[in-house]
Design a protein around this ligand. Sequence first.
Ligand SMILES: *Cc1c(COP(=O)(O)O)cnc(C)c1O
Length: 362
Amino acid sequence: MREIYNFSAGPSMLPKDVMKIAKNEFLNWKNSGVSVLEISHRSTIFMKMTEIIEKNIRKLLSISNDYKILFLHGGARGQFSAIPMNLLKNFYEETDYINTGYWSSHAAYEARKYSKTNIIDVIRMKNKKKCVLDMSDWMISDRSKYIHYCPNETIEGISIYEEPKFYGRTIVGDFSSTILSRRIKINNYSIIYASSQKNIGPSGITILIIKKELLCKSNKHTPSILDYSINYKNKSMFNTPSTFSWYMSGLVFDWIIKNGGIKQMEKNNFIKSKLLYNVIDNSNLYINNIHTNNRSNTNITFLLTQKSLNKKFLEESKKNGLLYLKGHSIYGGMRASIYNAMPIDGVKKLAKFMIKFEKRFS
Ligand SMILES: *Cc1c(COP(=O)(O)O)cnc(C)c1O
């Protein structure tokens, strides 16, 4: 079969090796005689699996015991609501939401229902490219209960690589499309959350890494299903979790460990994104509007200067086994999502295709 490369933004491609393991043990999981899809989340083998998964995440991200890890429902959008509901006591408290694009502004939209939300725009233009203000220039309020930001805007392909250093403040990060793609210092954050379908596994589970002392703070009006302390007390099994997604994510963590850990993922992602940005920067057909300091290593966006070629580009790339390159409708153009599972060879193939396409059609 011809090699197919899937550049979907999410749900996105999974490592082939992971899919093979899942396939092989689909009908008979760990000699239980049944599928992982068919057993209780409270069964000994499933509970054992969740313990190993937690250990592996701690190992991969060097997470200390000062943090707890929750596995939740509702995706990142669920957390857009859960965060203010858990961290605030009343509607009059202030929160700071750093605005860098689509996802961070949607997080702020939810927070406005529960707090006095300061929306802080940090996107500037430098040499006609979008860039993000340095954190030291963010106009955060002294009164805000927490500061929320999104280190990788998946739709526009804007990344913040700077680590937050706001001494004594509560920092919340939406890491949905960048978790496990590069090294981060967990201790710089109070809450990190990510839905699973970008760089973790299939959709269905949301990982929340939270400083222990924040667990006891929940507001009594918070619905139990969103309440962090209730979920923690119930080992993330207050209601029935998305067992298959949890299991698949565990296989992905094993795969990352086997393939050199996050350090190696970071290296690969740097190589992959550089390949594509090089093609874009040396071309008259492709442009990327993001300043080099803030270009994403996981979501590479580009517009075609000849808009009439968009359709052709998608048709031809598909014929070449390069799938789902169409950009998000609000941004237009193209987007290549190259999370950990995307092999370097897939990106090389796309880079070659882009060069050839430009020569042939523009
Ligand atoms: C995909 C994405 C979301 C939305 O995730 P859901 O699981 O669909 O709620 C939120 N934030 C970021 C940064 C994303 O990439």
